[in-house]
Ligand binder design. Structure first.
Ligand code: SUG
Length: 443
């Protein structure tokens, strides 16, 4: 069995970060629709979170944002002419589309892909399936560019296998790692995949909001990654949780090594999920910590994003929970931290991520977890690892290229497109990723 670490790859917030109110069923996105955003502060907040963990000895890397506005999608939708003309036309004829193709939602890389560790796959390689994000237009257009970024960062070859997205239709709607947890004795040991879905043919559906992930999609990902069926558990999200604003499972549950922290109303059938996990984990003991609704209500969980925290194994063996600063405002949640301490979480850190949180993206949404053995780690594009020097360069880069306020009406400004392209070209050089953007001519 190989030794392995878990690295966190965080999405950098793109220069067009704004509040479009685009994500139906995501309460924060709806609540902040139309507000003026601050892309510069958003990107710096994300970087500060990365630095906090890097300074604590965690392996931390960055994933670049996608190019937005996405002119390719606008051209597919019938807008023509030069870039400035396309933008002017869409702003006039269909402004709602302009916000969608300008969304910086690729920052929430927990939705970029599902990743399986090499200890779990039949061929002993790491597998990636980009998520088709089929439920909403502004996210369904991410995957072609996401796939290109992932291939640049994890070059296909002896260590990394990249699959194409699942068929892009509602039956295979897939939201990636946000609905996937891995339970194991330690990161290098074989793990059990917990795949959480919101909908399957014949099962009860939420009444109000969309169930974004299907069982069929989760099963297909597990199959194409070559996971052992007896080490996969497929669990239905509680429809009432989805209706309360839990649009991804990572808003209501988080796993690390053998600890599963989840809300009483996370799953449709909790006893069945826990029994299936215990069976699949065999000799490895599951530590299941259920947070009772009487202690933290579903609404408090959604408002505070307690479960959207990063649960991490410290290099010294203890466990750490990195929570959003917003949790501090919630007395129920803060009181409950004592219980979590008793459950084996040694340390609590808080990150100020309000710019992302206002669109429903907490600490866990902003990162893609990748378990890497030493040889796999060495095969990752070297320029993406965050150290003090890269952190300083990225902060300078943000200060140079990002606006400090953006409203929906700014999205039609052709200068924003130029600024974004200049910023992204500089970023791809800074990270040593080559020509990853379509406008650079390589795609
Ligand atoms: O898909 N928000 C994202 C938030 C994703 C959070 N990710 C995880 N839970 N892993 C979404 O709902 C809002 C964009 C806007 O309204 O401008 C948005 O897409």
């Amino acid at each position: 069995m190989k030794a392995a670490i878990e690295a966190n790859f965080d999405g950098l917030v793109g220069p067009t970060h704004h509040y479009g109110g685009l994500a139906y069923g995501n309460l924060a996105s709806a609540a902040h629709a139309g507000q003026v955003s601050n892309p510069r502060a958003a990107a710096l907040q994300g970087l500060a979170k990365m630095k906090l963990l890097a300074d604590r000895g965690f392996a931390q890397a960055v994933l670049p944002p996608l190019e937005r506005p996405d002119l390719r999608s606008l051209r597919r939708l019938g807008f023509g002419g030069g870039d400035a003309q396309v933008l002017a036309q869409v702003a006039r004829q269909a402004p709602h589309l302009l916000s969608r193709v300008s969304s910086a939602a690729s920052m929430w890389v927990a939705n970029a892909a599902t990743v399986s560790a090499s200890a779990d796959t039949a061929d002993g390689k790491l597998h990636f399936t980009p998520a088709n994000l089929n439920t909403s237009f502004h996210r369904a257009i991410e995957h072609p560019d996401t796939a290109r970024v992932l291939r640049a960062v994890f070059p296909p070859g002896p260590h990394f296998v990249h699959h194409t997205v699942l068929p892009e239709c509602p039956a295979f709607a897939d939201e990636g790692a946000a609905n996937h947890g891995r339970l194991c004795a330690h990161h290098g040991a074989p793990g059990v995949g917990l795949f959480v879905f919101g909908r399957e043919a014949g099962a009860a559906l939420p009444a109000r909001y969309p169930a974004r992930q299907t069982r069929e999609a989760s099963e297909a990902v597990a199959r194409q990654h070559g996971l052992m069926p007896e080490r996969c558990v497929f669990a239905q999200q509680h429809p009432a949780a989805i209706d309360a604003g839990v649009f991804h499972n990572d808003v209501i549950a988080v796993a690390n090594e053998n600890l599963l922290l989840f809300h009483e109303q996370a799953f449709a059938d909790t006893p069945q999920v826990l029994a299936a996990l215990r069976r699949a984990m065999g000799e490895t003991r599951l530590r299941a910590h259920q947070v009772p609704a009487a202690a933290v209500s579903l609404n408090a969980a959604v408002a505070s994003y307690l479960f959207n925290s990063q649960l991490l194994s410290r290099p010294d063996g203890g466990m750490l929970l990195l929570l959003p600063e917003d949790c501090r405002e919630n007395a129920e949640v803060m009181r409950y931290l004592d219980e979590l301490h008793a459950a084996g979480i040694d340390e609590f850190l808080f990150a100020e991520l309000r710019q992302s949180m206002r669109n429903g993206g907490g600490p866990a949404c902003l990162r893609l977890r990748v378990v890497l053995a030493a040889d796999e780690r060495a095969a990752v594009a070297p320029g993406v690892w965050l150290d003090d020097a890269l952190y300083a360069r990225l902060c300078d880069w943000v200060q140079t290229h990002y606006r400090d306020r953006l409203s929906e009406s700014d999205l039609a400004d052709p200068a924003l497109l130029d600024e974004t392209r200049t910023a992204l070209a500089a970023l791809s050089r800074l990270l040593g990723l080559g020509e990853i953007y379509a406008f650079q001519g390589a795609a």
